[in-house]
Design a protein around this ligand. Sequence first.
Ligand SMILES: NC(=O)c1ccc[n+]([C@@H]2O[C@H](COP(=O)([O-])OP(=O)(O)OC[C@H]3O[C@@H](n4cnc5c(N)ncnc54)[C@H](O)[C@@H]3O)[C@@H](O)[C@H]2O)c1
Length: 362
Amino acid sequence: MSKLNFALIGCGRIAPKHVDALTSGAVSGARLVAVCDDKFERAKVIAEKHEGVAAFSDRFEMMEKMGSDIDVVVILTPSGLHAQHAIDMAKYRKHVVVEKPMALTLQDADRMIAACDAAGVRLFVVKQNRYNHPVKKLRQAMEAGRFGKLVLGTVRVRWCRTQKYYDQDSWRGTWAYDGGVFANQASHHVDLLQWMMGDVESVFAKTSTSLVNIETEDTGVVIVRFKNGALGVIEATTATRPKDLEGSLSILGEKGTVEIGGFAVNEMKTWNFSEPLPDDGEVVEKYRVAPPNVYGFGHTEYLNKVVESIREGRAALVDGLEGRKSLELISAIYESVETGKEVSLRFVPKMCRLGVIRDIEV
Ligand SMILES: NC(=O)c1ccc[n+]([C@@H]2O[C@H](COP(=O)([O-])OP(=O)(O)OC[C@H]3O[C@@H](n4cnc5c(N)ncnc54)[C@H](O)[C@@H]3O)[C@@H](O)[C@H]2O)c1
């Protein structure tokens, strides 16, 4: 079967994860054919390293010159630009993979979903942590109903991002292009909490900007009430010093407790069930692998599933609607911060400062 040809827009910090997955043979059904960055040098470096990859500084030029050879475009630009770039690529009738968060406003997310639907192409949102081995194991237990009634779900992100990190690019830590720790670093953990615990009824949040000079927050806490009656806590900070400490998830139910820790939700710490299964005793030992960095191992599996999903017409684990759910939750968190009140979902953002409504040609 012929391979799907991939192109990337944005060749910054996260790009190597995608480039490695697409050029190493790890995603066997895919081939990287083009990369684009308006800082052309960044695209050129990748193209020079990998035979058969062309470099561009402009996405429209890339599509005019190579559009007929491209099947899937991966959007790796600053978060506030995702919507425009995804909609542009949908118009060329290319499948779109977009890094998290899919957009910064619900309006943009809706426009992306509508544009991909209208063009008859697929939209995938990267949430690679869903493929972490301990996370998959937990999800199986959840789907098998092993927890019984859910009681409490907690996520903690205690990472270290100094002023130097925020100063490296002008979009970081801004409301228009990034958001704070909830929209950026903790968006994976917010997604995991909701995926495990189910739909959210309401949130009440407080934030602070403690150790860096940015527009948005570096620290925040959220009390969550889920529709099923369970409670949740989200604790997120990039003000952990002097280094990353943890990215963790705990689920407590009437019949079991699971804790996944490590610095990137990668180590099974606790696996206790009142109705045990034969392999339960090995789970803690078996499901703990330290990844090389906080991005984890999941991108390769994520992209493999994208290829499988396009080829076989299968549902994506995280399509536009699924990606929108965690954006809605994050928008509600910011709405609560601004209003000082508990915010019930569904809701229409009024005071949430995340993102700006831009004119996008749809
Ligand atoms: N899944 C993850 O774990 C993960 C990790 C890091 C970043 N991300 C997401 O990936 C996105 C990019 O983050 P990053 O850290 O790589 O940022 P970055 O600033 O390092 O890279 C973004 C790149 O996009 C380029 N760019 C900007 N506008 C462009 C345009 N119009 N055309 C072409 N290129 C353009 C910039 O020049 C830059 O090289 C963000 O949305 C971020 O949230 C996801």
